[in-house]
Design a protein around this ligand. Structure first.
Ligand SMILES: [Zn+2]
Length: 111
């Protein structure tokens, strides 16, 4: 019951763009995601980010793994300013929920 409430609440918050994604630098892949974890994990060593991992903002609970390595295709650029992440280009899931969104200054903007 509590989880269901958190799920709906989280979804509303994302819809109204109340929650910003916060970047956290880590050296390993996160092993557990909270429901509506609003964290974008930047994985790699300082100055050498390899992956960005975030939970899909639609609420499907699927972690999205984005390559920040230029030699891997597709790859993304992740700029962090004032503890807010911007990803480019947009993230488009081609399977499952088919979410397509931009992450700009920590905010999800649906395409
Ligand atoms: Zn999704």
């Amino acid at each position: 019951m509590k989880k269901a409430f958190l799920y709906i609440w989280g979804k509303l918050m994302v819809l109204f763009r109340k929650i910003d994604y916060k970047p956290i630098h880590v050296t390993r892949f996160p092993t557990d995601f909270e429901i509506f974890d609003k964290t974008i994990y930047i994985i790699g060593h300082p100055g050498f980010p390899k992956w960005a991992v975030m939970q899909c903002p639609c609420g499907c609970k699927v972690p999205l793994t984005l390559s920040l390595m230029k030699h891997k295709k597709p790859n993304w650029e992740c700029n962090i300013k004032n503890q807010k992440a911007t990803l480019s280009p947009s993230v488009w899931k081609t399977d499952g929920c088919k979410s397509h969104f931009f992450l700009r200054n920590g905010k999800v903007i649906w395409a």
